[in-house]
Design a protein around this ligand. Structure first.
Ligand code: HEC
Ligand code: HEC
Length: 148
């Protein structure tokens, strides 16, 4: 290999390396609403597919499934240290909740379920550092999340 050919390969190598390191795919916005039923796979861990570069539409920061009396209910995500409300996510008509919004898990999160009258019905006092509700709440490792 001549020096010039080698140099060309080297330049191409670094050029493509640089291009791919800067390539960050955009997330698609996909947020649950109490008036929609577009979701699916209830009970499965949504983030098995809805992760960055995964096949699911958008990568979720928080997603999971709720059972029972969830009509018009929502989930509050609280900062575990300050108890500040980070996000309120509506539960959809199938009982799934999901969002692609940015959530800061640095301090951990706590969770409250709010029923259609705005009352807190369930509280998760355990501090968690991931929004993959169904990873734990699969009905075996942890109970399914149920609103009475
Ligand atoms: C096995 C992989 C997989 C799992 C698990 C999964 N999804 Fe998906 N999801 C997909 C794929 C692929 C798409 C895009 C194509 C489609 O609509 O089926 C999608 C699309 C969606 C959409 C957009 C549909 C639309 O028409 O706008 C929503 C909302 C959604 N998923 C929610 C969820 C929720 C909530 C969970 C967990 C309860 C979940 N998904 C679990 C693969 C998955
Ligand atoms: C790392 C595992 C883990 C993750 C992730 C997790 N939980 Fe929990 N959750 C627990 C454990 C353990 C308990 C039981 C102790 C308690 O109540 O704090 C619990 C309890 C709860 C409770 C109170 C008991 C009940 O069933 O009413 C609710 C509500 C709840 N979780 C909702 C959620 C939601 C919503 C998410 C997703 C944002 C989530 N959890 C993510 C482990 C987890």
């Amino acid at each position: 290999m001549s020096k010039r050919v080698f140099a060309t390969y080297l330049i191409l190598f670094f050029f493509f390396g640089w291009m791919f390191s800067c390539y960050k795919p955009e997330n698609e916005t996909n947020i649950s609403s109490s008036k929609e039923d577009e979701s699916h796979k209830k009970g499965e861990n949504c983030m098995n597919c809805h992760y960055r570069e995964g096949p699911g539409e958008g990568w979720f920061s928080v997603a999971g499934s709720v059972y029972g009396n969830y009509t018009n209910a929502s989930v509050n995500i609280l900062d575990a240290e300050s108890y500040d409300l980070i996000k309120r996510i509506e539960i959809d008509e199938l009982g799934n909740l999901y969002t692609t919004e940015n959530i800061d898990f640095q301090n951990g999160i706590r969770v409250e379920i709010i029923n259609e009258n705005g009352q807190v019905t369930n509280v998760m006092s355990t501090v968690v550092y991931t929004g993959q509700c169904n990873l734990c709440h699969d009905g075996q490792f942890e109970n399914l999340i149920e609103i009475f």
